[in-house]
Design a protein around this ligand. Sequence first.
Ligand code: GTP
Ligand code: MG
Length: 421
Amino acid sequence: MFYDHVNIEVRSGDGGNGAVSFRREKYIPNGGPDGGNGGRGGSVLIRADDKKNTLLDFRYKRKFWADHGEGGGKRNRNGKSAEPVVILVPPGTVIRDLETDRLVADLVSAGDEVVVAEGGTGGMGNAFFKNSVRQAPQFAKAGRSGVERRLSLELKLLADVALAGFPNAGKSTLLSVLTAATPKIAAYPFTTLEPQLGVLQYDHQTLVLADVPGLVEGAAEGAGMGIGFLRHIERSRLILHVIDAAAMDGRDPFEDYRVIRRELASYSSALSEREQWIVLTKSDAVDPSRILELKSQFGDTALLFVVSAVTHDGIDSLKQALVNAVPQMPKPALYDESELKKVFRFEEAPRYEIREDDGHLVVTGNWIRELVQSTNFTDRESLRFFERQIRHHGLYDELVQLGIKEGDTVYLAGSEFEWVF
Ligand SMILES: Nc1nc2c(ncn2[C@@H]2O[C@H](COP(=O)(O)OP(=O)(O)OP(=O)(O)O)[C@@H](O)[C@H]2O)c(=O)[nH]1
Ligand SMILES: [Mg+2]
């Protein structure tokens, strides 16, 4: 199977906690604070890589967790930062945030990359909090939490021209004579099971062509190979309808063309508005009079070419027309371009959430966890900072409104507290 769509989970590492420590040296009874800072948690990033062609790597591995930063140590030793996790994808991969369905990035060229989960920063050690009035800080800061995201990765091949048509129409054969590609060719339907790219070089120009599996009537409802692979046509500037002029099995080429157009339209209205040309192929296998008949049937529906992949009749004029016209055609927009230009920001998780559990109020969330871990509850100064934060961010008022009273038990980030404000 050609892997072109997958959902993954990423998580960046937490920052390491700052240390509380004091110098202890011989003959120096009260050394100053020397707790080091925590290291940064590992980030997760996604990079487009030329050597990748599919999303097959994600078949079994879909979770990518970066390591946490190391805690700070004594003697001003800073914790080590964790290495980033780099996920490699093929160029043409479109990334969306599954929570909001917003576009995160479109990694078009090899080397393009995006940070999808930023590692938490490390907390400062107590040495950092020393100042002229505070000689011996008994507290340090906890590292910031990492973040977790669910993302969709979708590969949309980067082809200028897409070949569309019924199974067995001769698409792969045409790709093999227009480009240097060597797709599998056979006299039965559904020979091509996965999209294939080929490069057309002609008249000092280069175009990328995509051959996709055959379409059939009802493909939008899942018949044949379905229409999921049409995502690889989405970026194409031109659709070439490859139509079997020989139509051995009693097909009507004009009706074939209409069916394919309908299936393209049911995939997306954008596709049905795309520039489309017609290629009547296998001309070597039919009477010239039949070709004339077909030509008049198609009339001026669209630009029409008659070719044979066997005798190469008409192939050069098709190549010439492609390299003349396609570079002038607009590149279709897969999304609102303004969506991409903005720097993508994931939605911030709320500072805290309050729920009631067994008659007690329970507060959870990264902010409260970091605050609790940063507080030394036996130190007056640290405790005062904790109280100020609780009031400043509205948690105090919210708890009072929910009816908390002196002496009640409240759980903050997993620790039990008695309400004595
Ligand atoms: N006589 C003649 N036969 C051709 C020509 N082009 C393709 N064929 C034959 O038509 C059959 C189908 O060709 P393919 O290129 O595999 O067709 P396809 O559209 O890729 O088919 P699927 O991948 O199954 O959708 C093969 O037996 C080819 O040899 C042509 O120009 N002339
Ligand atoms: Mg084929």
